[in-house]
Each structure stands twice: as structure tokens, then as C-alpha cells.
Design a protein around this ligand. Structure first.
Ligand SMILES: [Zn+2]
Length: 147
């Protein structure tokens, strides 16, 4: 799922659940969301798709903006759980920068293989599910941010 939705779900978990319960729930939420339909294109096409890059980099910008707003409002549990919920995708970012900005990921370990395998419903039309998930979570997230 897009980073924005991992940030929103993690932030909501951080706002609604006490610590330490929020920690494993936020981490597990990543894999639940990744198993649902969401945006993506075949890995072989990623390096050559300007649309894919545009969507992923726009998503990154939005997710980082959410993180900045949460930090400015001192919502530290929402901030931490948002990052924590997103954190499994940090491996993709690391891969991207350590493999010559390559978006065609080849799993390097069992965790990466598992993480890729659960994303069975990653499709271009999955963007509609990402947008729906964001539209559902955003009002609750804003409500928690302003409390
Ligand atoms: Zn993921």
C-alpha cells in the first residue's frame, strides 16, 4: 500500500491504542494493508514508468508532510507509530538507493520475499483502493491530530 496509508493507519493506531499494545499492532497493520488491493505495477516496468515514479514520489511527499504536521503538533505517539507502521517499506528505499536507484526489486532475504509475496493484489487499478483507504482514514486522522 502507499506510504500515505501506512502513515495514516499507524498514526491512528498510535492515537487510539495505548503503548506498548500499539507497537505490534502498528507493525502488523503494514502487512494487513499490503495484502489488500493497492497500487503497483510489475517490478520489471517500474524503472521505465514515469507514472509509477510520479505516484510513488508524490506519495512520499504527502506521507512526509503528514509526518511533519504530526511533529509540529507534538503528536509524538502518532508520529512514532506512523513511521513504525511504514518501516517495512524502508527496506525498499534502502534497496533503491543501494542498487543504483533501481525500482526492480529482487528479494535478498526471506523477509523481503514474504513482503513481496503478500502483495498479490498490487495492480495499477489498486490506486482506487489506496485513494478509498486514504479518504476513509484521513478525517479520523485529522480529528486525532487536532485533539
Ligand atoms: Zn510494504
Amino acid at each position: 500500500m502507499l506510504a500515505t496509508n501506512h502513515a495514516l493507519s499507524g498514526g491512528l493506531i498510535g492515537a487510539l491504542l495505548p503503548l506498548p499494545i500499539a507497537i505490534p499492532v502498528a507493525f502488523a497493520s503494514h502487512f494487513v494493508l499490503d495484502a489488500l488491493p493497492h497500487y503497483g505495477i510489475p517490478h520489471k516496468k517500474r524503472n521505465h514508468s514515469s507514472m509509477y515514479r510520479w505516484i510513488v514520489f508524490s506519495d512520499t511527499f504527502i506521507a512526509l508532510s503528514i509526518a511533519l504536521i504530526a511533529a509540529l503538533l507534538h503528536k509524538w505517539r502518532m508520529e512514532a507509530m506512523g513511521w513504525w507502521a511504514w518501516s517495512p517499506d524502508g527496506l525498499w528505499v534502502l534497496y533503491y538507493f543501494t542498487h543504483g536507484r533501481n525500482l526492480h526489486i529482487t528479494p535478498k532475504n526471506r523477509f523481503m520475499s514474504f513482503h513481496l509475496k503478500i502483495q498479490r493484489y498490487e495492480r495499477p487499478w489498486g490506486i482506487w483502493f489506496d485513494l478509498l483507504a486514504a479518504a476513509i482514514m484521513l478525517p479520523f486522522f485529522i480529528d486525532q491530530l487536532l485533539k
